[in-house]
Ligand binder design. Structure first.
Ligand SMILES: Cc1ncc(COP(=O)(O)O)c(C=O)c1O
Length: 480
């Protein structure tokens, strides 16, 4: 069994095993014709159920053959140009290389004595990101597992900085289309049920600052404490960017922590053309960035950044076995002092490899391309009478719905759109997402693949229309 341990004696076996795996994936990527096979849970589950985990195969090739059947063949492939669903990007090769290195060396970024250079690399990337944001000389931050955790940590710091001992008095203000992790965080942080005040958005799905000002004022009048405003720079559904400078003004006026959730919009930090869309972000107290959304990084790669490094102390606990207090005096950099996690992956290495190989401009160029593609897609949709499109894209999402000429019942139109999304998924020809706008069901493209062409968008729209028409035709038959 020791032959499976990665060490000085098994370097050749390591090389062979990993190369075998890489070959399989490379072959798969080269031959995948559709983003998905359309396999159903019922069809796939028996194959996985039948595997006896207590009877190992002992042979890498056999394990990879089995993996082909239970995973690789039917996986959802984000690199395919017709994967248009969620905020998943195709990944860049330098980052995948970083992933291979980091799992083999297996540094843990909690303490210097488990990572050495890894700690310094992570710190440098945090500084780099902070410089791009413009958070100032006292800024700091830490890598996290994702936007959800980054938002949670930011709101934890905001809670600790708020001037009250009564959790029930704390209020967080976020737009009605902000990410659900804001509400989840409020719950995890022990705030009251009414803690998150939902602020309406304008026609472009941006937070209405007049409404925000009114709610902040009301909060004060009611003797409550405005703990934080969460501005979203790139909402999950619409890619809309809240008016950051106006929100920053209000936060200053009301003495409120400003958090910017730029999980999606952070790609603009590298943009060659549209960095100005994030203007105002430099006034935040904390920022969430998800490199695994718009920096083309593999899951996971995210960070929470803060204007004032001292606020990270709210996440600091000392354990004698790991990071005793004396290490702070000895100036030993233990990242666990800043993190909600203890053992932590060296995800920063992926971004490091990316920046050292491609440079930030390379990433920015790819993100600019998908934003441009979204504009082309919007023009297609706006000029097509079969579809209603919700807002012009600020980033790279399109929310729209099929509107058949002959049908006026909105509920029936809802059903046709829901059917089209499901049918498309079952066919595997393309994968799209969906959401609700008001009470109505809409469809969504999240465009994060520069390989997707306007012709792919046009083709998928035709497929959607075809499936929706099929549903409506069958629906008529059922009624008659
Ligand atoms: C705006 C926004 N914030 C936060 C998140 C949560 O990020 P994660 O899925 O990395 O936890 C998302 C995910 O889509 C998001 O769109």
């Amino acid at each position: 069994m020791r032959s499976h341990l990665l060490n000085d004696t098994t370097a050749e076996q390591y090389r062979r095993s990993v190369t075998d795996g890489v070959e399989r994936v490379a072959a798969k990527l080269a031959t995948t014709e559709r983003p998905f096979t359309g396999v159903t849970v019922d069809a796939l589950a028996p194959a996985i159920d039948a595997i006896d985990l207590d009877k190992p195969l002992h042979d890498t090739a056999a394990v990879l053959d089995e993996l082909e059947d239970v995973y690789l063949r039917d996986a959802v492939y984000f690199h395919h140009p017709r994967y248009l669903a969620h905020l998943n990007c195709p990944v860049v090769i330098p980052a995948v290389l970083g992933e291979a290195v980091l799992s083999a060396v297996n540094s843990s970024l909690d303490t210097w004595d488990q990572s050495a250079g890894g700690t310094l690399i992570e710190r440098k990337l945090i500084d780099w990101t902070n410089e791009r944001i413009g958070l100032g000389p006292a800024a700091d931050g830490v890598f996290t597992s994702g936007g959800t955790q980054s938002n949670l940590q930011a709101l934890l710091l905001a809670r600790e900085e708020a001037k009250t001992d009564t959790l029930a008095k704390l209020r967080i203000f976020a737009s009605e289309v902000s990410h659900f992790s804001v509400k989840k965080s409020a719950k995890l942080l022990g705030l009251g049920q009414d803690a998150v005040v939902s602020i309406p958005v304008d026609h472009d799905k941006r937070m209405q600052t007049v409404a925000l000002a009114r709610e902040l004022e009301r909060c004060k009048q009611d003797g409550l404490v405005p703990m934080a405003v969460v501005a979203t720079a790139g909402t999950t559904d619409f890619g809309s960017i809240d008016p950051l400078p106006e929100i920053a003004e209000l936060c200053e006026q009301f003495g409120t922590w400003m958090h910017v959730d730029a999980a999606y919009g952070c790609g603009l930090l590298a943009s060659l053309k549209h960095r100005d869309r994030l203007n105002g972000i430099e006034r935040a107290d904390s920022v969430t960035v998800d490199y695994h959304k718009s920096f083309f990084q593999p899951v996971s790669s995210s960070a929470v950044l803060v204007r004032d490094a001292a606020t990270l102390r709210h996440a600091t606990y000392h354990a004698e076995y790991l990071n005793p207090r004396r290490m702070v005096e000895e100036r030993i950099p233990n990242q666990v002092d800043k993190s909600l996690q203890t053992t932590r992956r060296f995800d920063a290495l992926k971004l490091w490899m990316t920046l050292r190989t491609m440079g930030a401009d390379g990433i920015g160029q790819l993100f600019d391309e998908v934003c441009e593609l979204a504009r082309e897609g919007w023009k297609l949709l706006a000029g097509d009478p079969r579809f209603d499109v919700v807002v012009e894209p600020s980033l790279s999402t399109l929310v729209f719905r099929y509107i058949p000429a002959a049908v006026t019942d909105p509920a029936e139109i809802d059903r046709a759109n829901l059917y089209a999304r499901k049918a498309l998924f079952a066919s595997g020809d393309a994968i799209i997402a969906g959401t609700k706008v008001g009470a109505r069901h809409y469809l969504k493209f999240t465009l994060l693949n520069p390989e997707t062409q306007a012709s792919d968008i046009a083709a998928v729209l035709d497929l959607i229309a075809g499936h929706a028409e099929q549903y409506l035709g069958e629906s008529l038959d059922r009624a008659s």
